[in-house]
Design a protein around this ligand. Sequence first.
Ligand code: PAF
Length: 302
Amino acid sequence: MQRVNTVAELRDTVKAWRSAGQSVALVPTMGNLHAGHLALVNEAQNNADRVVVSIFVNPTQFGVGEDFEAYPRTEAEDRQKLTACGADLLFQPAVSEVYRSGAKTLVSVSGLSEWYCGAFRPGHFDGVATVVCKLFNIVQPNVALFGLKDFQQLTVIRTMVRDLNIPVEIVGVATVREASGLAMSSRNGYLSAEEKTTAAKLYQTLCVARDAILAGQSSYEEIERKAMLFLQASGFQPDYFSVCRVSDLKKADKDDSDLVLLAAARLSKTRLIDNICFSRNPQSRSEALLSKGGGGDLKAKS
Ligand code: PAF
């Protein structure tokens, strides 16, 4: 696997591929790679001739007091994993390569970026949209792959791509889970063994709520209230638990059939997010429900 640190080197390599008629997929990451990231690379290989993986811990998406400095950086292990799974190019720029001094431009997807996680992490999605837009301009991929686990992030990126006419196909890839159901995340490394057992209850709560809706429970407020209480009783400090419609993440009403339940909760110092996406209508063909990897979730291969 080739590794480059500058935009100029990246562009030279991608240009040579393009001249040879090859298509390019981009998998943007912040490193500390786990099975969820490797599933993105795997799916990228099914979608393009060449796969670029970026590793960049993006400072603009971390708020004051968040874990930017402490965010796990595991460069040697990440390189080994990417080589083993056959990625073609690792782009690992320094902060000064991505953000030139005096930069004045920010990409902001209004509304959506202020709800749910955006309400608890002000500015977070502006940082995400800005860096992803820059990566799209730098790499100019045919296709880019993102995990469904960060469902709001995926919706922000899809909206940005639509609104700015960026010529890239966005593919959402199913969440990879541990045997307990806990969604793979770079931040799971902050959890103790005991906390990991509790953390799995976030997904269990989502499953219970989904099953209640599929069984005909139509008071979504009641479902949200019960889920918040259950999470609190289990030791979490929940930020939100919301029944939303897949298309625009607005609160769902009884006429919506494609739903996503979004949840975020803190367990000690670790903030966990997860979601579950499903349809009340078996014929549904919503894009998110047709994500690569099946019905939204995958169990990790051990
Ligand atoms: O999901 C992530 O790892 C990051 O938010 C992303 C998309 C790489 C942007 O920094």
